[in-house]
Ligand binder design. Structure first.
Ligand SMILES: Cc1cc(C(=O)NCC(F)(F)F)no1
Ligand SMILES: [Ca+2]
Ligand SMILES: [Ca+2]
Ligand SMILES: [Zn+2]
Length: 315
């Protein structure tokens, strides 16, 4: 078997053409050879490999390949391309070597199950459903969603926030915040403070799965007074994230603040201060301390963090 890195391309979920890093592999099948162009990106310090579950649920499934340099699988095209974008973001902004900071292989599986309107990090890899064509398109078509899932991986090697109640809502919020920061980094013209908008309800315009700017737009709380005490969804982690999400939006849009300063504060808190059991108040303190470390005591940045969390009812 001989492998060499080559450039290919494919059409993504939204019909756009993307250039892809592929691995040209000559395989022997009985007494004949076949050249496969596999979705295996060897151009970065971390290998990025994209698989298909072929609408079953066994993971990771099989590596997506083509007999030409054209990958004819939109969900795989976007999963493969956007994983590289997220790797580049963490490397460029923070010098981080991928998910574990040790350049572990970045694995994504597309076509998970049938009519599956969701995506998840399973503790080892990213997994994407195809959607059902009504509630969503294939979920890997959203850069903010891929960034959300890969950030779950980063969290696992850093704070490793317990996926329940307030620490779980923080886990979700950090994934939504970095999903938004990465969208700004890579697609400034398509930047917004919503999650999943590119693939959400293809028949309905201007909607999304969640909003950081106004969580109540989709029924999520934006203040502690409206915290949702529930046992479902691990204590409402996908709804109560609205409260820290709103704080993130307020920080980034405060006078004297930028997204670039906000993402540095968030990354430092995730790596240096947050722990498994951190709750919303601990996150406020971790983010204030990170802002103090980076910009000084009583700085505009540290005060913006303090004011934002108080505005959502966290004192
Ligand atoms: C309710 C609920 C929301 C989510 C969610 O956020 N999934 C990740 C995403 F990337 F698909 F958005 N899961 O259950
Ligand atoms: Ca978005
Ligand atoms: Ca829509
Ligand atoms: Zn999540």
């Amino acid at each position: 078997i001989r492998t060499v890195s080559v450039t290919g391309s494919g059409i993504g979920v939204l019909g756009d053409t993307k250039t892809l890093n592929l691995d040209k592999v000559t395989v022997k099948i009985r007494n004949k050879t076949e050249t496969q162009y596999q979705t295996n990106d060897l151009t970065r310090s971390a290998v990025i490999t994209t698989y298909t579950a072929n609408n079953a649920t066994r993971l990771p499934g099989s590596i997506v390949y083509s007999l030409s340099q054209i990958i004819n699988d939109p969900a795989a095209v976007d999963a493969h391309y956007y994983a590289g974008v997220v790797y580049d973001y963490y490397k460029t902004k923070f010098g981080r070597n991928g998910i574990d900071n040790g350049n572990m292989t970045i694995k994504s599986t597309v076509h998970y199950s049938r009519n599956y309107v969701n995506a998840f990090w399973n503790g080892s890899q990213m997994v994407y459903g195809d959607g059902d064509g009504v509630n969503s398109l294939a979920l890997s078509g959203g850069l903010d969603i891929i960034a959300h899932e890969m950030t779950h991986g980063v969290d696992e090697y850093e704070a490793d926030l317990i996926y329940k109640d307030q620490s779980g809502a923080l886990n979700e919020s950090f994934s939504d915040c970095f999903g938004t920061f990465i969208e700004y980094f890579a697609q400034k013209n398509k930047f917004d403070w919503e999650m999943g908008e590119d693939v959400w309800t293809p028949k309905i315009a201007n909607d999304a799965l969640r909003s950081l700017q106004d969580p109540t737009k989709y029924g999520d709380p934006a203040h502690m007074n409206d915290y949702n005490y529930t046992t479902s969804d691990n204590g409402g982690v996908h709804t109560n994230c609205g409260i820290p999400n709103k704080a993130c939006y307020l920080i980034a849009t405060s006078s004297g603040m930028t997204i670039e300063k906000t993402e540095q504060i968030y990354y430092r808190a995730l790596v240096n201060y947050l722990t498994q059991s951190s709750d919303f108040k601990a996150a406020k303190e971790a983010l204030i301390q990170s802002a103090v470390d980076l910009y000084g005591v009583n700085s505009v940045e540290a005060n913006a963090v303090k004011a934002a969390f108080e505005a959502v009812g966290i004192y």
